[in-house]
Design a binder for this molecule. Structure first.
Ligand SMILES: CC(C)(COP(=O)(O)OP(=O)(O)OC[C@H]1O[C@@H](n2cnc3c(N)ncnc32)[C@H](O)[C@@H]1OP(=O)(O)O)[C@@H](O)C(=O)NCCC(=O)NCCS
Length: 162
């Protein structure tokens, strides 16, 4: 049911097929997991098909090693009319030592689309429940302002002839 589930968590082992040339998990693989978890959370909250419109502030804080237990946590931190802002963290745990570390983090924006015409459609409103969530919502609002500035830069770049 839409408007109920505000968090999605994936858990799995980092596989040998996820490796980069340096023997650790490929950054592109972490971005794929982030996109999938964010998408699942957006669809669960809105009850609609959703598309990614932005990824902000992505940080690769620590490497993920093959065999680590990976947790990808996407949680809603702000809703607009049709947009859903998600904080997505990737955590890695060395199962032999039991230590978990933050590997990657970002904020993503998804927009819910109407099934009939593919135009943005309203999503259920989300309210923060405590000071931690209020802080995350404030961060989402600040990133939205930065993102609007980025959109203008994209327009300028696109206008430059080949
Ligand atoms: C998503 C899309 C349909 C929005 O179309 P649009 O004409 O810009 O629609 P609107 O101007 O009404 O914006 C819709 C929402 O997106 C938000 N939005 C648009 N661009 C944004 C950006 N760069 N950063 C954050 N939010 C953004 C708007 O703030 C608005 O939110 P709100 O309804 O909560 O106020 C269109 O941009 C699109 O199709 N983008 C490509 C998506 C895609 O292919 N993603 C990759 C594969 S999933």
């Amino acid at each position: 049911m839409s408007g109920q589930q505000h968090e999605v968590i994936f858990r799995f082992l980092a596989q040998p097929t996820d490796v980069n040339f340096g023997g650790k998990v490929h950054g592109g693989m972490a971005m794929k997991w982030i996109d999938q978890a964010g998408y699942a959370c957006a669809v669960a909250w809105s009850g609609a098909y959703c598309v990614t419109v932005s990824v902000s502030g992505i940080q690769f804080v620590a490497p993920i090693l093959i065999g680590d237990l990976v947790t990808v946590r996407a949680r809603l931190i702000h809703t607009g009319t049709s947009s859903m802002h998600m904080s997505v963290d990737v955590l890695a745990r060395d199962l032999r030592k039991g230590e978990q570390r933050l590997a990657t983090s970002c904020v993503m924006v998804f927009v819910a689309l109407d099934g009939a015409d593919g135009r943005p459609t309203p999503v259920p409103h989300w309210e923060p429940r405590d000071d931690g969530e209020r802080q995350l919502q404030e961060q989402a609002r600040q990133l939205l302002e930065l993102s609007k500035g980025m959109e203008k830069l994209v327009d300028v770049r696109a206008a430059v002839p080949d």
